[in-house]
Design a protein around this ligand. Structure first.
Ligand code: ZN
Length: 102
């Protein structure tokens, strides 16, 4: 059985995903164990806010926003998951070195 992200794990998320409830389309599982949940666009800013840095929160909050994130809860370290839309099929690929830390 593969490891799943613990509900209480602190993860990084794009402010758009957290504050605007935009669909998370990109998930990184970095080699240092960190998880990032991103909106998938190039601009992560939120209108009316200077917040562009990732927000740190417990994984269970993201799961409450979007239960389909359960599908990639066992994403292996060093891999990323991408999808086009909420509920869409995830494609899983090795994380590129430049995405492995931030
Ligand atoms: Zn974003």
């Amino acid at each position: 059985m593969r490891d799943k992200i613990p509900l209480a794990k602190l993860v990084y998320a794009c402010p758009r995903v957290v504050l605007e409830r935009k669909t998370c389309k990109v998930v990184f599982h970095c080699s240092n164990g960190d998880f990032e949940f991103l909106c998938g666009s190039n601009d992560h800013g939120v209108e009316g806010s200077a917040e562009e840095n990732p927000i740190i929160l417990h994984f269970n909050h993201l799961l409450e926003f979007d239960p389909t994130l359960e599908e990639i809860r066992d994403l292996k370290v060093g891999f990323e998951a991408n999808r086009q839309e909420k509920g869409g099929i995830w494609s899983i690929n090795p994380l590129s070195p430049e995405d492995d830390e931030f």
